[in-house]
Design a protein around this ligand. Structure first.
Ligand code: SF4
Length: 469
């Protein structure tokens, strides 16, 4: 039998995790590693590898084909454009200390779509094929221009058989027209809730009246709409993190069970924030502690909450098709299935690219609604949009589950060819997948119950995470 190449990584308990290119994995020992490296496998080794589909007898036999199939299914295939992030205005009625979207003052002029830009956006949408579209309204605060949101929504409802709209709003000031816009069943709310009231106020609202208005609107939205209509994200300052249990209590109180814990990112005005030394190591520690806190809390309450990105990485380790999140998939080609259109009608490959361009760091725009998407620029970015041939990723046990982030590399290092292990993206994902596999192999009931809930399966047992002695 020929064994598919195995990549390995020592786990925190001293055992060794082995993974193949198609995402098959098992845990074993240093002794097995020695036998594997010396091509000195025992009959028990061979039988374990055979049963686990880690090898094949001849090309195109059933196990060879099954491995090829699994490898192919793990690749994120470019699909048609069906997700468009729109920034109808850059103006905002809050001044958050780490504003991640490069805002403009509420009364500023020249930061909203002009009539020509709106017409260009609608014309771009009109040229999209397919039965469905998802529109995400970003800002600034998009509800400052409900009229533009209405124009886009009306157009999409007429053009596409299925359409969905997400309004990323700070929920600060909602008039009747804004509430009426949000009331529609095809329209969802995404907001920011930075943990407890005190943290939210110090990071975002900066005053009790403004904080009161936010919580009043959040409570009104929660009582008005069904569960699942509202999602929220906390941005966490690693130098001053909120108490996790209080944060989770607060989210649960508002019926939100999925929390996407995000560090202050490195784009937009946020890059000017000082967060001290070893931010990555401190973030990784904080995130791992959050997962442990979630597992213990889920067990204590019997009500399951998740950290969205951790669940996404978990699914990527165990499933073929966990490609829905644009921050982690491989390849992650730009301007293929989603694109951003800014307040001036310019296209960007991602929202982070828009922020970087806005602060003058680099121009990552890829055309505008008048001239269309500049495919030559997109091709340059796409040259780094996969990890298949990266000399470091090639040897990494997590390659099949991981991805790339060209825009983050440009933002932090001004280039895309920094050795992977020296990048924030790699340091963060090594730690994330270490935690994923640590939790996958935990034998305690609290971890197993959370795992089953996060993966949407009935239960979790030893057979689901194979071990070879
Ligand atoms: S980026 Fe880092 S963690 Fe991800 S596959 Fe490459 S080496 Fe591994």
């Amino acid at each position: 039998m020929s064994v598919w190449p195995l990549k390995f990584r020592e786990m925190s308990d001293g055992s060794v995790l082995f993974c193949d290119d198609a995402g098959g994995f098992f845990k074993s020992s240093h002794d097995f590693l020695d036998r594997y490296a010396a091509d000195n496998l025992t009959t028990v080794d061979v039988s374990f590898l055979t049963e686990g589909n880690h090898g094949f007898d001849r090309e195109f036999d059933l196990r060879w084909t099954s491995f090829a199939y699994k490898w192919a299914r793990r690749q994120a295939r470019p699909t048609r454009m069906n997700y468009v992030i729109l920034v109808p205005t850059l103006r905002c009625n809050l001044i958050c200390g780490y504003c991640q979207v490069s805002r403009a003052a509420e009364k500023a002029r020249g930061f909203d779509w002009s009539d020509e830009t709106l017409a260009g956006v609608l014309s771009f949408l009109d040229r999209l094929d397919g039965p469905d579209i998802k529109i995400e309204f970003q800002g600034g605060e998009p509800l400052l221009r409900v009229d533009l949101l209405e124009a886009v929504r009306d157009f999409c409802r007429g053009k596409f058989p299925r359409s969905q709209f997400v309004v990323c709003t700070n929920l600060q000031a909602l008039d009747e027209r804004a509430w009426a816009f949000l009331d529609a069943d095809d329209t969802f709310i995404s907001t920011s809730l930075d943990g407890d009231r005190a943290t939210h106020e110090s990071q975002r609202t900066h005053g009790s009246e403004v904080t009161d208005a936010f919580f009043r609107n959040l409570e009104a939205a929660v009582s008005r709409y069904p569960e699942g209509k509202i999602s929220a994200l906390p941005t966490v300052d690693v130098a001053n993190p909120p108490d996790f249990n209080t944060l989770l209590d607060n989210y649960e109180r508002y019926g939100i069970r999925s929390v996407y814990l995000r560090p202050i990112n490195h784009q937009g005005f946020a890059r000017k924030i000082q967060q001290g030394d070893n931010v990555l190591a401190r973030w990784n520690r904080l995130h791992a502690e959050f997962i442990d806190c979630l597992i213990a809390r889920n067990h204590r309450t019997g009500r399951f909450m998740e950290e969205y990105y951790f669940s996404q990485c978990l699914k990527r380790a165990l499933r073929f098709d966990a490609d829905s999140h644009v921050d982690i998939r491989n390849p992650n080609f730009f301007a293929s299935d989603y694109v951003v259109i800014d307040h001036d009608g310019r296209f960007y490959p991602t929202d982070e690219a828009r922020m970087l361009s806005r602060i003058g760091h680099i121009d990552l725009s890829i055309g505008d609604v008048g001239t269309g998407i500049d495919r030559a620029k997109v091709d340059v970015l796409n040259s780094g949009a996969f990890n298949h041939f990266d000399p470091e990723c090639l040897h990494c046990a997590y390659q099949a589950f991981c991805g790339t982030d060209v825009i983050d590399d440009i933002s932090r290092y001004g280039r895309i060819d920094v050795p992977r292990p020296d990048t924030w993206f790699c340091g963060r994902h090594l730690s994330l997948f270490d935690k994923v596999f640590e939790v996958l192999y935990r034998k305690d009931e609290p971890a197993r119950a959370s795992l089953a809930a996060w993966l949407g399966v009935g239960g979790w047992d030893d057979n689901m995470a194979p071990t070879h002695q």
